[in-house]
Design a protein around this ligand. Structure first.
Ligand code: C2E
Ligand code: CA
Ligand code: CA
Length: 634
């Protein structure tokens, strides 16, 4: 039989190039890359041995018979391992390997094992292949079982690929589908035209495509910073956890980058990011530095205190030097959190949550580095729990609104109140707004919550005719996220219209954060609403950075002085002076002043002397449910 071997030569060249490319370029030692290495080596060995066997099948007299058996054995064995190896690769790429039990893995390996036994014993059993008495290579009775084996694994590959479409990247999917379709065609073609050695060619082309889609180093790199990316971090974590390695992760939050973006321009900013990347690479081996997001980086180091302290101090000193852009020197700082794996956690998802919580936490702290320990893990678990509970809370009607009366020192009675949202859940009971509002702001749920509160308050005002009780208006809090909505004013006016409510029954409270994140939109919303008669309060005065600036820029009617400022005034002369002059200044600006969080009578005496208008605090009343509030006012 004359074989057409040109395809095999092409297959060898391709398989060789892929294997060499993989060995020289790859440095992410993941499970998937190891599986890929198995596939590409099998492809290379089988195409080389294929070509060699063709030569010696034609001229068997050149080598001893046992050697010819051996060569053919190697070829048939490696060749028939390829579909099974692909199958394993797809299972790993679709993250199914860990999830599947031992039974599944065993069942999948059985056909493979049987085939191997048949092939290895063939020189004696003559079931798959043998050399006849004239030393002519002949297919055995069970040769076609090899095609059955290939079709079995190709089918499993197909099912696996279709079941996990969303986990695989589009490149991976196309490559796997290409492999499936092309190999079915090749198997059929080769079954009919046995001299056309085309299957090897198809498998080597597939391994090339796979190399480009799975192992393409660009998929694992963050070009901007010149380090590895999030994708590579996940792979490295999986790999370390699977091998039960002990290691540490240092998470880094880079502070000041987003601000720079706006001030020094994109190009300069990119240059700085490159420089930052270099500093991390100098602090530790570049193969273990990963950029997780715009301002977050993770570094994996061995489980060794000395190494960690060494890396941390290198990062600290690298960041203490300013960056130079032309003549400008720019300082960027960072904060760190470390995790001990597997002691603190042995799951990739938990690592990400823990990094998230700890890097947010450390930004508020004065330390440079913290241990992301069990306490923070609990915090992150609790956050996830609250996040889940929030999803169904609106539907389950678990939110409600309470009202805290506000006392007028001038009129000696309650003239207004602040509406405060409450959440009592079936699953985990009562959750305070300080806990759930930041979470609802992260996922945008705050918009629906804000709308619910606003509607509830409008209905409350209308239904109970609160003006008849001497309550002039109700204060409603707006989150910074609500203030970022261009159509906020329309939405609020529409709700008030639906209750046929006068606009001056509402006073909206915003904090400084809203001004920082949405200055222009907030201002235009404010102007449109004020024009209609809705007043605004500046909340938490005295806790931010540029209160006086906000007073000049935004048309506030009322200022609410934060409880910390009032508390400090009782204990400290300087603070008392500041409070006194702040109130005097606000009064001079013709603003209404409310002092918040008042619990003691001495505070009220002082505030009255300072000419404060209104008082809100537990001294008068805690926030009350609507019925209770109405009773209280009456
Ligand atoms: P805030 O706007 O500064 O509200 C005042 C907070 O101080 C309320 O806490 C109130 O119960 C509490 N408070 C009042 N008097 C005293 C006192 O004498 N002593 C002490 N220690 N605290 C007092 P609450 O209800 O837990 O709300 C916390 C924060 O959650 C609010 O701070 C506000 O920022 C946010 N929040 C509450 N309800 C809403 C809402 O409907 N929408 C939005 N966006 N945020 C809300
Ligand atoms: Ca408030
Ligand atoms: Ca406040």
């Amino acid at each position: 039989m004359e074989y057409i071997y040109q395809y095999d030569v092409a297959a060898i060249i391709i398989a060789f190039a892929v294997t060499v490319g993989f060995i020289t370029q790859n440095n992410t030692h993941t499970k998937i890359s190891r599986a890929f290495f198995v596939v590409s080596s099998l492809v290379l060995i089988s195409s080389v041995s294929d070509l060699i066997t063709i030569i010696f099948i034609k001229s068997p007299e050149l080598i001893p018979l046992w050697f010819n058996y051996l060569l053919n054995g190697i070829y048939i064995l490696t060749f028939n391992m390829i579909p099974g190896a692909y199958c394993g690769l797809i299972i790993i790429a679709s993250n199914e390997f860990e999830k599947r039990g031992i039974i599944y893995k065993l069942l999948l390996s059985i056909p493979f094992a049987i085939i191997c036994i048949f092939i290895i014993t063939s020189p004696w059993t003559k079931l798959i292949y043998y050399f006849d008495e004239n030393q002519i290579y002949t297919h055995g009775k069970l040769f076609n079982i090899l095609y059955v084996n290939a079709i079995f694994y190709v089918t499993i590959c197909f099912i696996q690929t279709s079941l996990h479409k969303e986990i695989l990247t589009s490149d991976e999917r196309s490559t796997f589908y290409f492999y499936l379709i092309a190999s079915v065609i090749a198997i059929l073609v080769q079954a009919v035209f046995q001299r056309l050695l085309i299957i090897g060619f198809i498998t080597s082309i597939t391994s090339l495509l796979l190399y480009l889609s799975l192992e393409n180093p660009a998929n694992f790199q963050d070009k901007e910073m010149g380090v590895y990316n999030r994708h590579a971090f996940f792979s490295a974590l999986d790999n370390n956890f699977n091998k039960n390695k002990r290691f540490k992760i240092i998470g880094v939050k880079i502070i000041g980058l987003s601000y720079l973006n706006e001030t020094i321009g994109l190009e300069n900013n990119q240059q700085i990011i490159k420089q930052i990347g270099k500093k991390f690479v100098m602090a530790w081996n570049k193969h273990y530095v990963y950029r997780l997001s715009g301002t977050r980086v993770a570094i994996i180091i061995p489980d060794n205190e000395n190494t960690m302290n060494h890396v941390i101090s290198r990062i600290e000193s690298a960041f203490s030097e300013p960056y130079k852009i032309g003549d400008i020197k720019i300082s960027i700082s960072c904060k760190l959190a470390y995790i001990n794996c597997p002691d603190d956690t042995n799951e990739t998802d938990d690592v990400m949550d823990l990094l998230d919580v700890s890097l947010r936490e450390i930004e508020k702290e004065s330390e440079f580095v913290i241990h992301a320990d069990t306490k923070l893990m609990e915090k992150s678990r609790r956050e996830n729990l609250v996040r889940n509970v929030l999803k169904s809370a609106l539907e389950k009607k678990e939110f409600f609104v309470v009202y805290q009366p506000i006392y007028s020192l001038k009129e000696k009675r309650y003239t207004t109140a602040e509406a405060l949202v409450r959440l009592n859940t079936e699953e985990i009971g009562f959750i305070g707004p300080d806990e759930f509002i930041p979470i609802a702001e992260q996922n945008g749920m705050i918009l629906q919550i804000g709308e619910f509160v606003f509607k509830t308050v409008c209905e409350f005002i209308k239904k109970n005719k609160i003006w008849e009780l001497g309550i002039n208006h109700i204060h409603v809090n707006l989150s910074a996220i609500q203030c970022m909505q261009r159509n906020l004013y329309e939405q609020l006016l529409k709700i008030m219209d639906s209750y046929e409510l006068d606009y001056n029954f509402i006073n909206l409270e915003v904090t400084e954060t809203a001004m920082i994140v949405s200055s222009d939109i907030l201002k235009s919303n404010m102007e449109k609403l004020i024009e209609k008669g809705i007043n605004f309060s500046l909340d938490d005065f005295g806790t931010g950075f540029s209160n006086t600036e906000s007073l000049i820029t935004y048309p506030f009617h009322t200022v609410k002085i934060d409880k910390t400022m009032v508390n400090d005034a009782l204990e400290n002369k300087k603070a008392k002076n500041i409070l006194q002059h702040s109130i005097a200044m606000l009064k001079e600006l013709k603003m209404e002043v409310i002092a918040e969080g008042i619990e003691k009578q001495e505070q009220i005496i002082e505030l009255e002397q300072m000419n404060c208008d209104l008082i809100q605090g537990y001294y008068y009343s805690k926030p009350r449910k609507s019925e209770d509030f109405l009773e209280f006012i009456k």
